[in-house]
Design a protein around this ligand. Structure first.
Ligand code: HOZ
Length: 419
């Protein structure tokens, strides 16, 4: 495979940008080799600057539920260019998007739009602290909630990919407000609440973990979190940046029937443009400025382009509920012919192949995967025109644009992988 242009761009990029990338996992450090510089995408396929074509299972790390350049989103964006790109004043489109989100996501009665998942989780945590008057947060090892200072404790995603112990630059006072516990271990959560319950503002969780690879919640785990937080007067925050509108229109909370107090959203709600949100119970969200004392603001929040793409995406999803069955079936097929010595975790259209024969239900178990072997698997796929996440500790995504031929070809290539 010729990668001359990508290599040249990567060398040039490293002169001007740390590691040559604007987000660490993209640098391929978890798998080695040259990151592909992408020239364009259409449907389920992308093309790199050397003209190589790939079936894309990164899907921009989740936002592209409809694949690249879906017509409803592209058409809506063409229309918005007529009106302007940013006003820093409210527009009717923000109201429309807020209504769509409130209508779809069970826990969300009021919502505030922001620009990135990091901003959403940072703000939701501030609201939880302001509302409860407490400072401690429980998070789970291997879960990733953006690069919020206090949440970069035993974090997944790029932190796990680069095997960073914890992150330089975070004041100890911030990380000391966080208690990290093993995912799916309700006993440890109960025990921690017994010891420090009256200091805990919130439990934040990815209801289906996607940032240590895909790990589903154990039966009863999410309900247990709901129960213990309620009993101790703390808030339950679902980080649905990845799972929101991906696992169902109402996200993981609808799928598992557990309603948190606050929810963070991102990725799909921006239709492929930078957009995120946090929202939840009316009485909690009314503590946010300008109605309440908890301050949070943003110049580009509710940006007309991102909001327009988000509305087009959510309206399409509302009108085509059948896409959820379709992407789930495709993902089941994709993970049906695994090489010996692997396990695949899958929920809906999120999945990860781990190189271990043991169950993977938490971060310690995910770390037992043979990551050098994962790297060989990744390059086997890449050489055969299949673009998977370049890290063991990320989820792969299937979109509604993936065709039966894409899936059949990919599962054949997966089955052919020889150790
Ligand atoms: N941490 C992101 C996904 N879990 C990766 C973002 C990116 O590199 O674009």
């Amino acid at each position: 495979m010729n990668t001359t242009q990508s290599e040249a761009l990567f060398a040039r990029a490293q002169q001007f940008t740390p590691g040559g990338v604007n987000s660490p996992v993209r640098a391929f450090r978890g798998v080695g080799g040259t990151p592909r510089f992408i020239a364009r995408g259409e449907g389920s396929h992308i093309w790199d600057v050397d003209g190589n074509e790939y079936i894309d299972y990164v899907c921009s790390w989740g936002p592209l539920l409809l694949g690249h350049r879906p017509k409803p989103v592209v058409d809506a964006l063409a229309g918005v260019l007529e009106i302007g790109t940013s006003f820093g004043a409210p527009t009717s489109r923000e109201v429309e998007l807020a209504e769509l989100i409130v209508d779809a996501v069970p826990s969300v009665e009021l919502v505030r739009l922001v620009n990135s998942g990091t901003e959403a989780t940072m703000s939701a945590l501030r609201v939880a602290r302001g509302y409860t008057g407490r400072e401690i947060t429980i998070k789970f090892e291997g879960c990733y909630h953006g690069h919020v200072d206090s949440l970069l404790v035993k974090a997944g995603s790029g932190v796990a990919t680069l095997s960073l112990p914890d992150t330089a630059g975070v004041p100890r006072a911030f990380s000391e407000t966080t208690i990290a516990l093993p995912f799916n271990d309700l006993d440890r959560v109960e025990e921690t609440f017994r010891e420090r319950g009256d200091a805990i503002a919130a439990v934040i969780v990815e209801p289906v973990a996607g940032n240590m690879g895909c790990i589903p919640p154990a039966p009863g785990f999410l309900k247990g979190l709901r129960g213990v937080t309620e009993r101790h007067g703390s808030l339950l925050i679902f980080d649905e940046v990845m799972t929101g509108f991906r696992l169902s229109r109402g996200g993981a909370q609808q799928l598992y029937g557990v309603t948190p107090d606050l929810t963070t959203l991102g990725k799909i709600i921006g239709g492929g443009l930078p957009m995120a949100a946090y929202g939840g119970r009316d009485d909690i969200m009314r503590k946010v400025a300008p109605v309440g004392p908890i301050y949070q603001a943003g110049t580009l929040s509710g940006n007309p382009l991102a909001v327009t793409a988000g509305i087009a995406m959510l309206r399409y999803i509302e009108a085509h509920p059948e896409i959820y069955d379709q992407v789930e079936r495709s993902t089941a097929e994709l993970t049906s012919r695994l090489p010996v010595g692997t396990v695949a975790n899958r929920v809906g259209s999120m999945s990860t192949v781990f190189f271990t024969s043991e169950t993977v239900s938490n971060y310690d178990e995910a770390k037992r995967s043979d990551t050098p072997l994962f790297a060989r698997f990744f390059h086997h796929l890449l050489e055969n025109g299949i673009y998977f996440p370049p890290s063991q500790f990320e989820a792969a995504f299937v979109s509604a644009a993936h065709t039966p031929e894409d899936i059949a070809h990919t599962s054949r290539v997966i089955a052919e992988f020889a150790r």
